[in-house]
Design a protein around this ligand. Structure first.
Ligand SMILES: [Zn+2]
Length: 197
């Protein structure tokens, strides 16, 4: 890594660290994360909601969770970009580093995210996830279970890169794999609609 890259990485890391903070507004009973309103939800409450959704709606349950994750990912990407612009980080130059750190170091409690490889030319990304909050360690399934996270990753990448991403979960701990792995790619017909400025 060149000294310029290292400088850039440290700056972006500091920037993300500075916005990666949680704020309890006890007087109004609100919690803010990244300046956005959030609620604290136990992992098992999420599992309960998902199980009921699947019971009632079948496969549509996964679709609904995917849409919810996608919306959250897009909002998160938008918030990160907005914050990044403020302190004058020259985004076009440091965009790949920014994207990597933004995705890896934004701890939403979903699990430990790592970008294995990310090619801006081909528009493909391989992501691994340890300790996914959508994996129930006591239950094995035949299909991947991390629909919300998949949607989230597609959403955050779409927003940060400025192109629509599609993809799937190719390995999942719920199926007995070592961890969860996602492969995303730019949707072929997608053009730069909301490219980051
Ligand atoms: Zn999974």
């Amino acid at each position: 890594m060149s000294s310029l890259e290292r400088y850039s990485t440290n700056r972006v890391r500091r920037l993300i660290g500075s916005i990666n903070s949680i704020r309890f507004k006890d007087d109004t009973g609100e919690v803010e994360y990244f300046g956005q309103q959030v609620v604290m939800l136990r992992r098992d409450a999420f599992t309960l909601i998902r199980d009921e959704l699947t019971r009632v709606a079948g496969g549509a349950g996964q679709v609904i969770l995917g849409i919810a994750g996608h919306t959250v990912g897009k909002e998160e990407g938008r918030a990160l970009l907005a914050k990044a612009k403020a302190p004058g980080v020259r985004l076009p130059q440091s965009l790949p580093i920014f994207i990597r750190l933004a995705v890896e170091e934004t701890n939403m409690g979903y699990g430990k995210v790592k970008i294995e490889d990310f090619s801006t030319e081909s528009g493909t990304v391989n992501i691994s996830l340890l300790n996914s909050f959508e994996v129930d360690p006591y239950r094995h399934t035949l299909k991947p279970t991390c629909a919300f996270t998949l949607g989230y990753l597609k959403g955050i990448f779409s927003e940060l890169v400025g192109r629509d991403f599609e993809g799937k979960e190719i390995e999942c701990k719920s199926k007995g794999d070592a961890g969860c792995k996602f492969r995303l790619a730019v949707r072929p017909e997608s053009n730069a609609g909301t490219s980051p400025k």
